[in-house]
Ligand binder design. Structure first.
Ligand code: MG
Length: 159
């Protein structure tokens, strides 16, 4: 059986006047992530992991931030496209593991909602999605609360 592994990473700056959306979940915080789309750093990392597993162009190439079509776009659209490509290539998502780096807000209370949202977007059981929220121990931009970053790992298998 052919098995594919993929990793993805993304970071967006936290700014005033933007909604904070992580894994497709709106999180009330007062600050939000800056970006051309909704800047959902979790779904962006996830998309790159899915696309990378297949050796396909990354999210920046597929959905360039120069393209007005993606201005304020919901990142679930990007996930849907990446997932369609996974299926077209003859694979299914076996599991996903996500590590969100955020000094603020504390994500523990939101972790299960993020996990459920990602599972729904991928059409898999929640047991196939891992979500971990880590602070950066006060170090660097993430630690100073200036940005949120995310790592994603995926495993694709053939149905
Ligand atoms: Mg991004």
């Amino acid at each position: 059986m052919d098995v594919r592994i993929g990793i993805g990473y993304d970071l967006h700056r936290l700014v005033e006047g933007r909604a904070l959306i992580l894994g497709g979940v709106m999180i009330p915080d007062g600050l939000g992530l800056l970006g051309h789309s909704d800047a959902d750093v979790v779904l962006h990392a996830l998309c790159d992991a899915l696309l990378g597993a297949m050796g396909q162009p990354d999210i920046g190439e597929l959905f360039p931030d120069r393209d007005p079509a993606w201005k304020d776009a919901e990142s679930r659209v990007f996930v849907a496209e990446a997932l369609a490509r996974v299926r077209a290539a003859g694979y299914q998502v076996s599991n996903v593991d996500l590590v969100i780096h955020a000094e603020r807000p504390r994500l523990g209370p939101h972790r299960d909602r993020i996990r459920g949202s990602v599972a729904r977007l991928l059409g898999v059981a929640e047991g196939r999605v891992g979500v971990k929220a880590k602070t950066n121990e006060g170090v660097d931009a993430v630690g100073r609360g200036e940005a949120i970053a995310c790592w994603a790992g995926v495993l694709l298998t053939q149905p």
